[in-house]
Design a protein around this ligand. Structure first.
Ligand code: ADP
Ligand code: MG
Length: 261
C-alpha cells in the first residue's frame, strides 16, 4: 500500500498552468528524487503537498485515505489543514531557523506547541515534555549535532543549520519527508555533508521526496526518479532507467544540457 498517492493534480496561478496533471505514488521506505529545469513546477508540487498552495484539481491520499480533494470542500477545512500538514515534513533550500532560539529549542518548538493542544497535557505535562526532549535530542544526534544543542543558528555553518532544519522536520515524525533543493544554498563541501545525512536517512528507509539538481546523488540514493518539465511528469522510473537510459526526448535533452554545465 502506498504511503502517498497524488492523482491528477493541477494548479494554475492566474492563466499560468504550473502543474498540469501530476500523478505518482510513494511506497513506505521509498526515496523519490524529482529532477527538472527551473520553472517546471517542482516547488509548487511540494507546496501543494504541504498545503501551502491549494491545487485547482486532483486528490492527495495518505495511507489510502483522501486528505485533499479539490472537488470536495470538506477536505479543505482550515481547521484541519494544520493537522494534515503533519503528514509531511518540509526542508527548504533556505534553512528558516528561528535566530532567537537554540538548536534544541528550534527542533522542539513545533512539538511543544502541538502538545499544548493535547487534552491530557496538563495532567501529563512533565512526561510529554520529556518525550519531546528525548525525540529532539535523538533526531539531532542522527544529524551529528549532539555537541551543538545550545548553539544559536548564527554560530553554525550553513551545512549545520540545514541539518538542524532536517532534525526539525523529523521531529514530528512525518509520513513523508520532503526536501526542496536542500543543498542549493550551500558551498560544495557543505553540500556533501548534508547529502551524507540524507543518504543515511534513505538507508534507514525514511520515506522521502527530494527535489534536487545533484544527479549523482539522485542516481545513488533514490529508488525512483521523476523528471518534470512544464508542469507534467515526462518520465519516471529507476535511476538507471531515467538517468542513464531515458526514453523521452525531453529527458534526454534535459540531461545533456545538465551534463554540459
Ligand atoms: P521549480 O521549483 O521547478 O523551479 P516552481 O514551482 O517554483 O518551479 O515554479 C513554476 C512556475 O510557477 C514558474 O513559472 C513560477 O514563476 C510560477 N509560480 C510559482 N509560484 C507562483 C506564485 N505564487 N504566483 C505566480 N506564479 C508562480
Ligand atoms: Mg523550485
Amino acid at each position: 500500500m502506498p504511503v502517498l498517492e497524488v492523482k491528477n493534480l493541477q494548479k494554475s496561478f492566474d492563466s499560468l498552468e504550473v502543474l498540469k496533471d501530476i500523478g505518482f505514488s510513494l511506497e513506505k521506505g521509498e526515496t523519490i528524487a524529482i529532477i527538472g529545469s527551473s520553472g517546471s513546477g517542482k516547488t509548487t508540487l511540494l507546496r501543494c503537498l504541504n498545503f501551502l498552495e491549494r491545487p485547482d484539481r486532483g486528490q492527495i491520499l495518505i495511507n489510502n485515505g483522501i486528505i485533499f480533494d479539490a472537488a470536495d470542500p470538506r477536505t479543505q477545512r482550515e481547521s484541519e489543514i494544520r493537522k494534515k500538514r503533519l503528514h509531511f515534513g518540509l526542508v527548504f533550500q533556505s534553512f528558516n531557523l528561528f535566530p532567537q532560539y537554540t538548536v534544541l529549542q528550534n527542533v522542539k518548538l513545533a512539538s511543544e506547541l502541538l502538545a499544548k493542544e493535547r487534552p491530557d497535557y496538563k495532567k501529563n505535562k512533565k512526561r510529554i515534555l520529556e518525550e519531546i526532549d528525548r525525540k529532539a535530542r535523538f533526531d539531532l544526534s542522527q544529524m551529528g549535532l549532539d555537541s551543538k544543542l545550545d548553539y544559536y543558528p548564527h554560530q553554525l555553518s550553513g551545512g549545520q543549520q540545514q541539518r538542524v532544519a532536517i532534525a526539525r522536520a523529523l521531529s514530528l515524525s512525518p509520513d513523508v519527508l520532503c526536501f526542496d533543493e536542500p543543498t542549493s544554498a550551500l558551498d560544495p563541501e557543505l553540500t556533501g555533508e548534508v547529502l551524507r545525512v540524507i543518504r543515511a536517512l534513505a538507508e534507514k528507509r525514511t520515506t522521502m521526496i527530494i527535489v534536487t539538481h545533484e544527479m549523482a546523488f539522485a542516481r545513488d540514493v533514490a529508488d525512483r526518479v521523476i523528471f518534470m518539465d512544464g508542469g507534467v511528469i515526462v518520465e519516471q522510473g529507476s535511476p538507471h532507467e531515467v538517468l542513464e537510459n531515458p526514453k523521452e526526448e525531453r529527458t534526454k535533452q534535459f540531461l545533456s544540457r545538465f551534463s554540459e554545465q
